[in-house]
Design a protein around this ligand. Sequence first.
Ligand code: NAP
Ligand code: ZN
Ligand code: ZN
Length: 348
Amino acid sequence: MITATAYATPAAGAPFTRTTIERRDVGPADVLIDIAYTGICHSDIHTARGDWGPVPYPLVPGHEIAGTVAAVGAEVSKHRVGDRVGVGCFVDSCRVCDNCRAGEEQYCVQGMVNTYGGTDKEGQPTVGGYSTRIVVDEDYVLRIPEGVGLDVAAPLLCAGTTLYSPLRHWGAGPGVKVAVVGLGGLGHMGVKLAAAMGAEVTVLSQSLKKQEDALRLGAHHYAATSDEGTFERLASSFDLVVSTVSATVDLDAHLGLLRLNGTLVNVGAPEESLSVSPFSLFTNRRSLAGSSIGGTRQTQEMLDFCAEHGLGAEVEVIRGDEIDAAWERVVASDVRYRFVIDIDSLRD
Ligand code: NAP
Ligand code: ZN
Ligand code: ZN
């Protein structure tokens, strides 16, 4: 058994405590990773606070993991000791369904095994990346290309792939008008990626506070949703609107932004159901869609795309004992634009 130092939350809303966890021994197909940085995703907070259902406490969150391979099992062929690697939101899936075979394991018909708060095939609870080490099957480990720092790479494993996947699926590129709603961890990666793909990018944020940042990140236009008249002014003007809002959104208002055949992709995951009027969809033959993270195939493609275009997340690096304060700032939409835990601070 391998041990690791971790930060766990013992109950909904309770502060994190430093603890020791156990990892399984490195099996023939496994990779042992020394974690360098782990991003803080808003999903960590939703999960830990019970927004999405019962939680197996104590919970060690973390599914934006970047580090270095420390050991490999006898049958591992994809990774070597010393390689720079990442792990995202899942660590296993059935491998045989059509979706798994297509590298879209996030849509595994039997359900993916979540990186934390899940149950692995041996029936053991999965434990996330707010920790010093993790053991993962080699097929669920991604390569982080040279040139992308591990700190700015970590958030790509969830935030990056969650935006890259719908942007690719719905054809973001030259001549396509894309709006990104909410400039947080996901949203800021959406801006960088859509701009790098050649799309015309607009940011819709609650206020004007993030305008300068948005333009610096690559957005061409910016509007505050709190300004009266914004939704009217921008009505029927986008091909693709991606909402990353972590709270309840007015789908009808956002659908109104779509031009003919446009699609609103909602990736935000608030606690409550969202409602929609059929008439919002009739106009301009609009579509409403969702999208879940990205599979291994597209996540690797996204990492390579980021290396090619010199992209990474904008990060604020914190220590393990600063997680509680960072979570409060995420909830207050006061993150610019992803908190990343320096896992070395757990090794002190
Ligand atoms: P985040 O960093 O907190 O960003 C969310 C942004 O939403 C905020 O920065 C804010 O942007 C906006 N926002 C927050 N509250 C709002 C409100 N009441 N009204 C309007 N806008 C509001 O969170 P994140 O990590 O990017 O995650 C965003 C959401 O996506 C979460 O619900 C998360 O669970 C979900 N998620 C989904 C997937 C998926 O696969 N579909 C993957 C990862 C995360 P402004 O300040 O610019 O307004
Ligand atoms: Zn996430
Ligand atoms: Zn499957």
